[in-house]
Design a protein around this ligand. Structure first.
Ligand code: ADP
Ligand code: MG
Length: 182
């Protein structure tokens, strides 16, 4: 996924992390949300490698800290996820519009917050989150990269979707679909 505008390891990095999480499935199911997020974050950090390993790891570690002793309803999850995304921004010293995973994550956080404030049903909020993940991911195609390896390419990065934005969108849509089916 990052072959054209990176070093071609993003999917391999992510698969390594997801494989490690799969091994922990039984343990993760037995944990409270906060402890599960912490375990996920620490596991991603220690297994994935790459810029994305530390950033996805940071997302979950920060969500773990924000979700201590909290019920996971839509409003709380919107706050917890936003806290995680905020930490990714700080860790990556980056923001929306720089052709990274944040172009998916930030619109999704905003969408969840708006829908929680408007008391939307969870199913509608999940549909909206999916939509924002897709438009956010697609927005990276026409952007210049100012962070990460793609930034070395200047204008040559234009026309390619960012790898981390794409995998973030795929994961968010998969989680939303699984919740919508539940
Ligand atoms: P590496 O760049 O070290 O090879 P990966 O290929 O696994 O790591 O991940 C690359 C992805 O990480 C990019 O597509 C981008 O979405 C994300 N990324 C890289 N640097 C940053 C940053 N500073 N802020 C946010 N996201 C970043
Ligand atoms: Mg890479």
């Amino acid at each position: 996924m990052d072959r054209a505008i990176g070093d071609g390891d993003h999917v391999v990095n992510l698969q390594r992390g997801l494989e490690a999480l799969k091994q922990l499935e039984v343990e993760l199911i037995s944990l409270e949300w906060s402890a599960a997020f912490m375990k996920i974050g620490m596991t991603l950090m220690s297994t994935m490698g790459g810029a994305s390993g530390s950033l996805f790891g940071t997302l979950f570690v920060s969500m773990a800290k924000a979700s201590k002793d909290t019920d996971l309803n839509l409003a709380n999850f919107a706050t917890i996820f936003s806290q995680g995304v905020e930490s990714v921004k700080q860790r990556g010293k980056s923001d929306i519009g720089e052709k990274t995973m944040l172009d998916t994550l930030i619109p999704v956080a905003n969408s969840l917050n708006t829908d929680a404030e408007n008391n939307l049903k969870l199913s509608q909020a999940l549909e909206n989150a999916k939509q924002h993940a897709v438009t956010g991911m697609e927005s990276t195609k026409d952007l210049l990269a100012t962070k990460g390896r793609a930034s070395f390419l200047g204008e040559r990065a234009i026309g390619h979707i960012d790898a981390g934005a794409r995998t973030s969108q795929l994961m968010i849509c998969a989680i939303a679909d699984s919740l919508l089916k539940a």
